[in-house]
Design a protein around this ligand. Structure first.
Ligand SMILES: Cc1ncc(COP(=O)(O)O)c(C=O)c1O
Length: 438
């Protein structure tokens, strides 16, 4: 019996669900309405599903493929490195040294740097280091920011209205003592941070922040906010951590810190760093980084079997070299600017209340009356329209993740024609979706 493409796809999804909890390998990959999505190929700005449908991809795996999927230079570098030196687990390889040198040159806050596989590991080690060096208990994070899955930070991202202002853990199994040791502040509200630092005077080890909270789309820091955090952290002897896992490389080779002109003590990097290969990093002041146990006898334990894997490290190096030698940022920023301007104009023309936000290659359409300054403003977003028009867009072969507040990304592989199609299709999708509600 020959199966149709749809039947074959449904069968694959059923096989996945039988042996993988929920049928996917990360919490936000199972999307309502897309339970049978099986991706069989990626290339440049597109992906193909098991039904054989091709989509222009703006989800971009939450951000890594800044150069586009399957970049030939990056993939060739990973393959070549893998052929010449495999994982050794002792000493260091030349490619790790070269990558570290490039990172230290490129990112203002980096005097020394260590590699991890994931962004969660990088933020975990940043907070452990901050607690080691200060001997303090508390960390401050912000409502709407995500820093990975570990207990100290897995809370208060996209919270329901009734949980804003209270602890909103993402998971069971987090010790109440750990929840209590994290203070959640309001983004763009320096007074709130000042209050928290005063209230726990001398006991706040770290402030960790996404300089642009992209896990809720794109809420831009108000002028002076990041500068004020810098002052407050220095005044209170608190370690300032910029989590640039999304903004790093995507917004500039030096990260958003080089755009904002504010230098944190520690920086975490990931995602676009290796264009989709699993490499992340933690770096900062040498006096802090030298406290890791990579220097024998130093107190902050740091280890990882796969850290600095030659193949993935080579992928990161090739990505950075390409970002330095080709007009990647110029290209993706121009597409982003055109999309944001065009989208805002079309919502205005349609009379749909909307704030189009973003930075550089990132864009998002919030359906609300502005301004958008903090997470609480986003509680006004018209969630049904946000998700609904994105489902409609799929009918036109365009994929923006249909989940509330998720951002979209341009890559070097996207084109001006993609922007034209996006604008035209968005107008149709929003109009059709609103028509179903009329
Ligand atoms: C800002 C930020 N930090 C840290 C992480 C965690 O990175 P990973 O998923 O690689 O563990 C993420 C993941 O989305 C992130 O967006």
């Amino acid at each position: 019996m020959t199966l149709t493409a749809s039947e074959a796809a449904a069968r694959l999804a059923a096989r996945a669900a039988a042996v993988i909890p929920g049928g996917v390998n990360s919490g936000q990959r199972r999307v309502p309405g897309l339970e049978e999505l099986v991706v069989t190929a990626t290339s440049g700005s597109t992906f193909t599903d098991a039904d054989g449908r091709v989509y222009t991809d703006y989800h971009s795996a939450f951000g890594p493929p800044l150069l586009g999927h399957n970049d030939p230079d990056v993939d060739a570098a990973a393959a070549a490195a893998g052929r010449s030196v495999d994982l050794m687990g002792v000493g260091v390889t030349p490619v790790e040294i070269e990558l570290a040198e490039r990172l230290v040159d490129a990112v203002p806050s980096l005097e020394k740097v260590l590699l991890t596989c994931t962004g969660s590991e990088a933020t975990f080690h940043a907070l452990r280091l901050a607690r080691t060096v200060t001997g303090r208990r508390y960390v401050i994070k912000f409502q709407g920011c995500y820093h990975g899955w570990h207990d100290a930070v897995a809370m208060n991202v996209i919270s329901p209205a009734e949980r804003v202002g209270a602890k909103d853990p993402l998971s069971g199994g987090i010790l109440p003592e750990v929840l209590a040791a994290t203070i959640v502040c309001r983004f763009n509200d320096a007074h709130d941070v000042e209050r928290a630092l005063d209230e726990h005077d001398g006991d706040v080890a770290a402030i960790i922040i996404e300089p642009i909270p992209h896990n809720i789309g794109a809420v831009l820091p108000k002028p002076g906010f990041l500068e004020r955090l810098r002052e407050l952290a220095s005044k209170h002897g608190t370690v300032l951590v910029f989590d640039e896992v999304i903004t790093g490389f995507r917004h500039g080779i030096g990260g958003y810190q080089s755009v904002a002109g504010v230098t944190p003590d520690l920086t975490t990097l990931g995602k676009a760093m290796a264009n989709g290969w699993p490499v992340s990093a933690l770096g900062g002041k040498a006096e802090l980084m030298d406290l890791f146990s990579t220097t024998p006898g130093r107190p902050a334990f740091f280890a990882g079997t796969f850290n600095g894997h030659p193949a993935t490290t080579a992928a990161a190096l090739a990505t950075i070299v390409k970002l330095q030698h080709e007009p990647v940022h110029e290209h993706v920023f121009a597409l982003g600017d055109r999309a944001r301007t065009g989208l805002q104009a079309l919502y205005d023309r349609l009379g749909v209340p909307a704030v189009v936000s973003g930075f550089g290659s990132v864009f998002v359409s919030y359906f609300l009356e502005g301004p958008v300054e903090s997470y609480d403003d986003l509680l006004r977003n018209d969630v049904d329209l946000f998700v609904g028009y994105r489902r409609e867009l799929m009918k036109d072969g365009i994929f923006e993740l249909p989940l509330n507040l998720k951002r979209s990304h341009f890559s070097y592989a996207h084109t001006d024609e993609d922007v034209d199609r996006l604008l035209e299709a968005t107008e149709g999708a929003v109009t059709r979706y609103l028509g179903t509600r009329a």
